[in-house]
Design a protein around this ligand. Structure first.
Ligand code: CA
Ligand code: CA
Ligand code: CA
Length: 322
């Protein structure tokens, strides 16, 4: 009997050749891959929270920062040249104007988020000239390197002094605004982001304008509350595109027998790309996360097992001779 074991999991049937392994591990591995009968089913995965998204005014421990503290998650990447502001944003002092002036001032801070500003004390703008007028861009970073980036979604709300002109995802405008003159710093606007995500580190830029007449009391600040979620990759999805297919098999083949990461084919997290990882890939071959047209295209691009074997043969032959 040429095949000693059969694995059935998630609708996939995988035959594992033990006797035909000629001493070179990848030959055995490739034989297994060729004999995969892909289930082709669509696999469902729950969205997992993106841990690197933070509301304004909170520390790395997710506790409220005190007034005047530097917000470690939001930096100013653009300020008016004559504003005297730097790259840091600060938790706005709540004991002074405009937070101490209720009603009529800013939305009060609460246990979910706090106002941040180019300077902690926004009441110091009393009597100065046009230095504080202009545009302020606050940037925050989040990481999708353990997720399928295209499945990411962010929902939230923001408030601004004075107007929120745009939110940019990785430098691209989303068209999100908070520019109703009746709302400004008195209310939140909801927003959602469903595209523009990339692998690894992503940026969100919040563009705030602070117009007005020189010489008047004119504070500025930003308030953001948001959460995000994305799907974790299926076992075997090395390139984290949402489907387990030929590109993932090639990646694994290129790193077979080496130490490496999950993105290189180490699916069982033992630090090495080996037969057990190929078995995991084979068990999920042809599966995809539910959803987009792009995902559908990724699934269609997966060759049939026979075609896959033909494509793999030169690689296997080269590896055997090498
Ligand atoms: Ca203002
Ligand atoms: Ca993939
Ligand atoms: Ca491994």
């Amino acid at each position: 009997m040429p095949y000693r074991s059969m694995v059935s999991r998630g609708g996939a049937v995988v035959y594992v050749s033990r006797e035909r392994a000629p001493g070179f591990p990848f030959w055995r591995a490739a034989a297994l891959a060729v004999l995969v009968v892909a289930c082709g089913e669509t696999c469902h995965a729950a969205a997992t929270p993106i841990p690197s998204l933070f509301n304004t005014g909170f520390g790395v421990d997710r506790r409220e920062l005190s007034d005047g503290a530097v917000d470690p998650h939001y930096t100013l990447v653009s300020v008016p040249s004559n504003s005297g502001a730097g790259f840091l944003s600060f938790v706005t002092r709540s004991d002074r104007f405009p937070l101490s002036t209720q009603p009529g001032g800013w939305l009060p801070d609460d246990a979910t988020s706090k106002w941040i500003s180019p300077q902690a004390d926004q009441s110091s703008y009393v009597g100065i000239t046009s230095a504080a007028l202009g545009y302020y861009v606050y940037r925050t970073y989040f990481n999708l390197s353990s997720f399928v980036p295209r499945t990411a979604r962010i929902t939230g709300r923001w408030s601004t002094d004075n107007y929120g002109l745009d939110v940019l995802i990785n430098g691209t405008s989303t068209g999100i605004t908070h520019d109703d003159p009746n709302m400004q710093f008195h209310a939140f606007s909801d927003f959602g982001i469903t595209s523009g995500f990339v692998d690894g580190v992503n940026t969100l830029d919040f563009v705030v304008s602070n117009p007005g007449d020189p010489g008047i009391i004119n504070p500025t600040g930003l308030r953001v509350e948001m959460t995000g979620a994305a799907a974790l990759p299926l076992p075997g999805d090395a390139n984290r595109d949402g489907a387990v297919g030929f590109a993932d098999l090639l990646t694994l083949a290129q790193h077979y027998g080496q130490t490496g990461t999950r993105d290189q084919g180490d699916f069982n997290a033992d630090g090495r790309i080996a037969f057990d990882d190929l078995l995991i890939l084979a068990q999920h071959y042809g599966q995809a996360l539910p959803g987009t047209t792009q995902l559908g295209a990724a699934v269609e691009a997966i060759p049939e097992p026979v075609g896959m074997g033909m494509l793999l043969a030169p690689l296997v032959f080269r590896r055997r001779r090498g």
